[in-house]
Design a protein around this ligand. Sequence first.
Ligand SMILES: NC(=O)c1ccc[n+]([C@@H]2O[C@H](COP(=O)([O-])OP(=O)(O)OC[C@H]3O[C@@H](n4cnc5c(N)ncnc54)[C@H](O)[C@@H]3O)[C@@H](O)[C@H]2O)c1
Length: 360
Amino acid sequence: MKTIPSRTGAIHIGDIADGLDRQLDALRPSGVLLLADENTARHCLPRLGPAFHDFPICVLPPGEAHKTLDSCQRVWGAMVAHRLDRESVLVNLGGGMITDLGGFAAACYQRGIRFVHIPTSLLGMADAAIGGKTGVDFMGFKNYIGAFRAPEWIWIDPGFLRTLPEAEMRNGLAECVKHAIIGSAALWQRLAVECPVPDGQWTDLLADNAQVKCRIVDEDPEEQGLRKALNFGHTIGHALESHFLDKPRPLSHGEAVALGMLAESCMAHQKGLLGEDDFSVITEIIDWWLTPVRTVIPTFAALEPWLLGDKKKRAGRVGFSLPDRIGHCLTAIPATDDEIKQALAWLNHHLAHGPDRPGS
Ligand SMILES: NC(=O)c1ccc[n+]([C@@H]2O[C@H](COP(=O)([O-])OP(=O)(O)OC[C@H]3O[C@@H](n4cnc5c(N)ncnc54)[C@H](O)[C@@H]3O)[C@@H](O)[C@H]2O)c1
């Protein structure tokens, strides 16, 4: 078991048999409630040690549609029913839906009780459980109600990935690739060598990945500056995800981020920030690892409402987070409409014809 210290909750990475019970005991909780969704209750709960089977459990239906205040009320109801007090601990066993919602429910209950995360999806292990952002969706807006609140610790056990559906793996992989591009040439080297990741290599890869996210959020826990680097690929990615939401073939978050990273890398290259070699290798790895969806990219006009509505906008204009080399990222970079249009045109061409460079 490896431990990565972080201001937003130490991260233990390894087999849960290697001390999960001890870590929970060390918190000396007066009571414990487990939170899971129906899938993680079925697939992941049986892997936890016998002590965990004696704890009461609150099970929610799975999926983003249930990341709501109604679900929080169910959790709070279970907390009251099981007499959780301020010395108690909530154990969140699930993907990002459960860790976001559980963290928020714990942050509000009796003005805040302790919680721990046991992420079970790759996105949860690579991203959502780390960094202390909690929250729920509200009136159709993602993560509109929430709080910055760190778990006591996070336990990442790649063994949970064995039951995760393939489509869900891609969502997490996209974030690993993003972390490598914005923050770690070492993680990049790992990704450049082997795809898919052999079973035994996940621990090292997720440890390198967690180092990147921890370094960024520890320096900027409340997203005042550096943390915006994590938005690389997400400005255009979110716009694409939103545009395709009501189309016959919606994009998953990971698919949208993969396309967003391609377009935003192109923008970084066109602006003269990212050199030809790095741009070329970034597109190759994204093509190899994330097999971008061969879809027709909508026009700038069609995406504009979402680009303008993006939370990262500065003074009415979108501020992009763009890599200037592999392992480093600049934030709040303005882009003109024409630059965005060119990047979208290149992406369309790239998806239709393969890896040609802009202007070629
Ligand atoms: N807090 C943050 O910083 C942050 C960062 C990124 C994403 N998020 C949030 O994370 C959420 C998405 O996370 P997600 O992709 O993990 O979604 P999710 O929690 O909905 O999990 C995806 C699906 O996989 C299932 N699942 C999870 N682990 C499993 C396992 N081991 N075996 C079988 N099935 C399993 C779940 O039941 C669900 O059906 C979004 O709500 C997003 O807003 C938060």
